[in-house]
Design a binder for this molecule. Sequence first.
Ligand SMILES: [Zn+2]
Length: 127
Amino acid sequence: MTEKQLQHFRQTLEKQLKESMLMFDLIGRSINRRKGVLQEEAKDKATRSDDFKLLLQQADQERKRVGEIHQALNRMTCGRYGICVACKRQISLSRLEIFPTARFCLECTQLLEQEEKNREWARASTR
Ligand SMILES: [Zn+2]
């Protein structure tokens, strides 16, 4: 990967990080607001707690995304960005363009997914 390409991905990651942090902050504020409402009126509990659950899930997702972006930026600092953590080969630029936080190359991702499926089948057949 050239210095210029690295620079491009760093900018993409930093932009995503900023967006995620902003989103995380927004969700956090919604959660706090919702908490207040929940305490005041426990009526209509079912729909409200569903909303609340969704917010918590969103917060968790955003937290994971922030973690993944931080990891990708760390790999960049160590000079390991864009290299598959499993087979140590270069992850294709087109893949990084879509998933800038990718840790695995396409082949390893497919192998992992296949592995996951096999395990599910094995689990299902022993039932
Ligand atoms: Zn790989």
